[in-house]
Design a protein around this ligand. Structure first.
Ligand code: TYC
Length: 112
């Protein structure tokens, strides 16, 4: 039985609106951002960290060297800030690459 309220999304013959709510949020939220952090350790070669920063964070040699030395001296540094899924992918890529090369380099996420 098809009555007027059964049409898929109303708005046909009268002002009744029946169907899936499509109203936008009053305040759409920006996707939250996450910092990708690199941690210092005593064993990973400096050159390897520089390579990681160039390969996965698209830094040039100068930037990569600056960030690596910051991490070496301070213990932690920011490689970049991304939406969650991209940040998580970067962390996994860095950790996999470090593991493949038998370095203990650690990388993690933190809400920006
Ligand atoms: N501390 C390491 C060394 O002296 C270099 C290093 C820098 C390691 C940054 C990790 O995230 C890191 N070989």
């Amino acid at each position: 039985m098809v009555g007027e309220g059964d049409s898929d999304n109303g708005g046909g013959d009268d002002d009744h609106q029946v169907g899936i709510a499509t109203k936008a949020r009053a305040k759409p939220k920006k996707p939250s951002q996450f910092k990708v952090l690199m941690l210092n350790d005593d064993y990973t070669p400096m050159e390897f960290v520089v390579l990681v920063l160039k390969r996965f964070f698209h830094m040039d040699l100068e930037q990569a060297t600056r960030v690596m030395l910051h991490v070496h001296q301070k213990g932690v540094g920011v490689c970049g800030i991304f939406p969650y899924e991209i940040a998580e992918t970067k962390v996994n890529q860095v950790m996999d690459f470090a593991r493949q090369n038998q370095h203990p380099l650690q990388c993690t996420l933190e809400k920006a």
